[in-house]
Design a protein around this ligand. Structure first.
Ligand code: GDP
Ligand code: MG
Length: 751
């Protein structure tokens, strides 16, 4: 090879950087989205990262340790990418791991996981990692699926052509993974390493060679990159490397960029193209050359992937696709409610029994009130929805793992363009609760996959309108009490309302404060797969556990805090006196008349009313009561009284607190504990509540300010507090307007 000298300098540079002195060897896992990377990572490390059969779930890099032949190895799971050009956060994260600018040790080698049925596309990333000078071991994954589809991959031949080890693997069964890791360590420690050198044709090659010589001579960025790679990146107009280079040596960078400008002009005039696209073309050319003549053979007419294609003809059909999608989602809601009602009843009964038992065991007083009303009332209200949530999560896990979720994203992409969003916005929306049960926090984090900052911003500001898992208990409670005729349909409509609001506000934002161009959409549709029972159950359990953990930690604390703010300060004895005197007088009168007589019943009723007045007065006197009362006039047009206002204030801390607070508020003001045991019964009997109030409250909860943690994450992703303030104020104002309107219409319709 003519460039031999430059190769050897590159090698020693890399060689010196390898952290042999470090105790643990680091190996990076790279690959396209959906190649099985997370599955492999979990097989190696034994942890349960979330695995989904759709792209864009893993955004951060994750680390885990694995011990192999008595040695500890740190595995770094990179985000899934198709390329290493830094257009998205994922690509930047991936690249920084492979060529760290700071003190983070560089991985010894990379295991690049590729889908055996999609080698051409997958190798595009492989080639770029190899060009960086990284030792790469190719894990040719999904061999089971390829075999079933009649695709045969000659891994030995592929290995010989690429000059790197190629190991056939089935990540889902763990097959070949150990061997791939062993190979990666061996290959990474081998002294004989060769950086891949692709020819970029008669126009670019000479320029590249000149640039490389200059870079080598002045050592531009060569402490962590190879000179040829720096040259290629500058030719590609890679902003990240360009900025680094400008900082390190502005003069030389200008000289190099002038060279680039010359060749770019020439290409524009002669071929009407850019250096970037020539580079991509030659990379693909190289890959096609590698795969030619015998590496991949396809048996004709035996194809499971063909089955996937056939399914897609129907399931993503322009007409039937959306209909089937709506049908599937609707069915999920129906089944969840019909089947879920049984276990939900049992859990409610269990908590009711627990409350009674504790009430009997603990002497009356502050402690009893705190435990029975505050803790058991608050947490119980939330936990009773766990069965419903579990069933819903079970379905969602199935949708994700089977590959249908990716189709949903694909179909919705067409709709999304109309609202100034991007196809990649679909995933954050769905994670955020687009299919009821998500959570805005990971949803906001998932917007990192969006390339355009404006589309990212519009997405993360609107996804909190989705029906997240914490809002579900509020909906389920109110739907169960006030819309018992068709709970599934009502829940489904609420979910749709979340979508409609999100899309409309996104459209509004994109044509006002976050104006800008749309960027194109590329997404792979993974083949349909039958999810394993184990993986569906694991995912369902993981999410349920997250929910329970929150109920058990944050919510216990919030419950007690809210209970305290609803109990203190104690009603001034002077103010309580007239009520107590009234009660005492009634009690005396009751004792004087014969039991069970008509007179006695009348007095008992009066007594109940008097006790309720006192309880209500006590609650109103508390800190929370005062706050609620202060804003009551404001929320009256929406039909909310001060108790609801207390719950809504608590909901900003955590949406789960809404039901918990309502539970506490209504059990503290409780009149006759024998008649009304559950919160649902209490609301049904309360004269202040009706269908219109319930509808207004549900819409308000759907749309108002994101919860505290979500706000923190929005700050992190949006970059400043301005957007956090916007989220709180704008969303609450919108929610208020919608709730008032809904209350008006509801009142007109139903009363
Ligand atoms: P990632 O996006 O690269 O992290 O991919 P995941 O680990 O999430 O895997 C995507 C899907 O492919 C999941 O449904 C896995 O169960 C499945 N999968 C992973 N490896 C294999 C394999 O070797 N064979 C088959 N048939 N499926 C696999
Ligand atoms: Mg993953």
């Amino acid at each position: 090879m003519s460039q031999a000298p430059s190769i050897s300098t590159a090698n020693t540079a890399i060689h010196d950087l390898h952290p042999f002195h470090m105790k643990a060897v680091r190996i990076a896992l790279a690959g396209n989205p959906n190649c099985g990377k997370t599955t492999a990572f979990n097989e190696y490390t034994g942890t349960h990262q979330h695995v989904g059969n759709y792209p864009g779930v893993t955004v951060d890099k994750k680390e885990g340790t694995v011990s192999l032949d008595g040695e500890n190895i740190v595995l770094v799971d990179l985000p899934g990418t198709y390329s290493l050009t830094p257009y998205s956060q994922e690509e930047i994260v991936a690249r920084n791991v492979l060529a760290p600018a700071n003190d983070t040790p560089k991985p010894l080698a990379v295991i690049d996981i590729v889908d055996a049925s999609a080698l051409e596309r997958s190798l595009f990333l492989t080639v770029q990692i190899m060009e960086m000078g990284m030792p790469v071991v190719l894990a040719c994954n999904m061999m089971d699926e390829a075999r079933q589809a009649g695709i045969h991959v000659d891994t030995a031949l592929l290995s010989a052509r690429l000059h790197i080890p190629v190991i056939p693997t089935i990540a889902r069964k763990g097959t070949g993974l150990k061997e791939a890791l062993r190979e990666a360590i061996r290959f990474g420690q081998a002294s004989q390493k060769e950086t891949l050198h692709i020819s970029y044709g008669p126009d670019l090659d000479p320029v590249l060679k000149e640039m490389e010589a200059l870079i080598t001579a002045q050592g531009l960025l060569t402490h962590h990159y190879t000179p040829r790679w720096v040259a290629i990146k500058l030719l590609e107009n890679d902003e990240v490397v360009l900025n680094e280079a400008r900082e390190a040596n502005p003069e030389l960078t200008e000289k190099l960029m002038a060279q680039r400008a010359r060749v770019a002009d020439h290409l524009k005039n002669t071929l009407n193209t850019t250096p970037e696209s020539i580079i991509a073309d030659y990379r693909y050319g190289y890959i096609r050359g590698v795969l030619k003549n015998g590496v991949v053979t396809q048996e004709s007419n035996k194809s499971r992937l063909a089955l996937s294609d056939k399914l897609d003809k129907v399931l993503t059909n322009t007409l039937f696709g959306p209909l089937i999608m709506l049908g599937v989602l609707f069915l999920i809601f129906q089944v969840t409610f019909v089947v879920g009602a049984y276990p939900q009843g049992w859990v409610e009964e269990a908590f009711g029994w627990l409350g009674e038992a504790c009430g009997a065991l603990i002497p009356e007083g502050m402690l009893q009130s705190m435990i029975v009303d505050g803790l058991i009332g608050g947490v119980g209200g939330v936990v009773s929805f766990v069965p419903l949530i579990m069933i819903m999560f079970l379905f969602i896990a199935f949708l994700e793992d089977s590959g249908y979720m990716a189709r949903i994203a694909y179909m919705l992409d067409r709709v999304f363009r109309m609202f100034g969003l991007h196809g990649a916005s679909v995933m954050p929306y769905i994670i955020g609760g687009g299919i009821a049960g998500g959570c805005a926090i990971p949803g906001v984090m998932a917007t990192r996959t969006l390339r355009s900052p404006k589309e990212k911003l519009a997405t993360l500001l609107t996804l909190p309108y989705m029906a997240c898992g914490a809002k579900l208990p509020v909906f389920m409670l109110l739907v169960g009490v006030f819309f018992p005729e068709n709970p599934g349909a009502t829940m489904f409509s609420l979910t749709l309302a979340g979508w409609v609001s999100a899309l409309m506000v996104a459209r509004l934002l994109r044509s006002t404060i976050v104006k800008g161009e749309a960027t194109p959409f590329v997404m792979e549709l993974p083949p349909y797969r039958m999810p394993t029972l184990r993986s569906v159950c694991t995912h369902c359990w993981e999410r349920t556990w997250m929910y329970l953990k929150k109920a058990g930690t944050v919510l216990v604390a919030v419950s007690i805090l809210i209970w305290a703010s609803m109990t203190f300060p104690k009603l001034d004895p002077e103010l309580a006196a007239p009520f107590e005197a009234n009660i005492a007088q009634l009690e005396e009168r009751l004792a004087a008349v014969p039991e069970e007589s008509a007179e006695a019943l009348a007095i008992e009723e009066e007594l109940d009313a008097a006790r309720a007045d006192l309880a209500s007065e006590e609650l109103r006197y508390s800190y929370a009561g005062r706050m609620g009362t202060a804003i009551e006039p404001l929320t009256a047009p929406a039909g909310f009284d001060w108790r609801t206002d207390i719950a809504l204030l608590g909901g900003i801390a955590a949406k789960e607190a809404i039901v918990a607070t309502l539970g506490t508020a209504y059990s503290l003001g409780e009149v006759d504990p024998e008649e009304a045991t559950t919160l649902a019964d209490r609301l049904a009997q309360d004269s202040g509540w009706n269908k219109a109030t319930a509808l207004a409250l549900m819409l308000f909860v759907l749309l108002y300010s994101p919860c505290f943690v979500a706000l923190v994450v929005i700050r992190q992703e949006a970059g400043n507090w301005g957007w956090v303030a916007f989220s709180m104020i704008f969303n609450t104002a919108l929610a208020y307007a919608v709730a008032v309107l809904a209350h008006r219409i509801g009142t007109a319709l139903w009363t």
